[in-house]
Design a protein around this ligand. Structure first.
Ligand code: K1U
Ligand code: ZN
Length: 167
């Protein structure tokens, strides 16, 4: 397995729209294993293929303490959503930046698992927010883009300064 490099905001590749996965192969399963290792080592609770520069509709999530309840969603679609949530979000592509985002509190999502079997999941709370956050990545949207222009400008400046100081 391998830890994959995570694209850092504001890289343009984060704005690429992911394509549907037409065939789930061994290469797809290897990518998913590598995405999981990358997410666990970060550590994070979710990851979209977009963030590792693979523009296919694949997301993963694991909210368990023990990192042993991996959820894999291939070609995910939200069938319904309800309620309101305003949870603080973070993103492995925007390290050290956290902010509250308005989202649905409950979603019903349908997808394929890594063996190609369709399933439907009802999620609420942090898992529902995480699924919406990861599905946004597949559409080329990063959570900070929900914030005001002023906040986005400040975040870009902060990240630029931090990168200048680290290199
Ligand atoms: O970069 C990502 O898309 C992953 C992101 C998922 C997420 C977290 C919170 C709300 C919405 C989406 C993260 O995992 S950020 C890191 C994080 O939240 C975390 C890290 C370690 C333990 C617990 C949480
Ligand atoms: Zn993210």
């Amino acid at each position: 397995m391998a830890i994959l490099p995570i694209i850092q905001y504001p890289d343009e590749r984060l704005h690429q729209v992911a394509k549907r996965v037409e065939q789930i192969t061994e290469a797809t399963r290897l990518l998913i294993r590598n995405m999981a290792e990358t997410m666990y080592s970060a550590p994070g609770v979710g990851l979209a293929a977009t963030q590792v520069n693979v523009h296919q509709q694949i997301i993963i999530a694991d909210l368990s303490e023990e990192q042993n309840q991996l959820l894999v969603f291939i070609n995910p679609m939200i069938l319904s959503s309800s309620g309101e949530s305003e949870l603080e979000e973070g993103c492995l592509s925007v390290p050290g930046i956290y902010d509250k985002i308005d989202r649905a509190d409950r979603v019903t999502v349908t997808a394929l698992n890594e063996r190609g079997a369709p399933f439907t999941l009802e999620a609420d709370g942090l898992l529902a927010v995480c699924i919406q956050h990861e599905m946004d990545h597949l559409l080329g949207k990063v959570f900070v883009e929900y914030l005001s222009q002023l906040k986005q400008t400040r975040i870009k400046a902060k990240l630029k300064k931090r990168r200048r100081e680290n290199f």
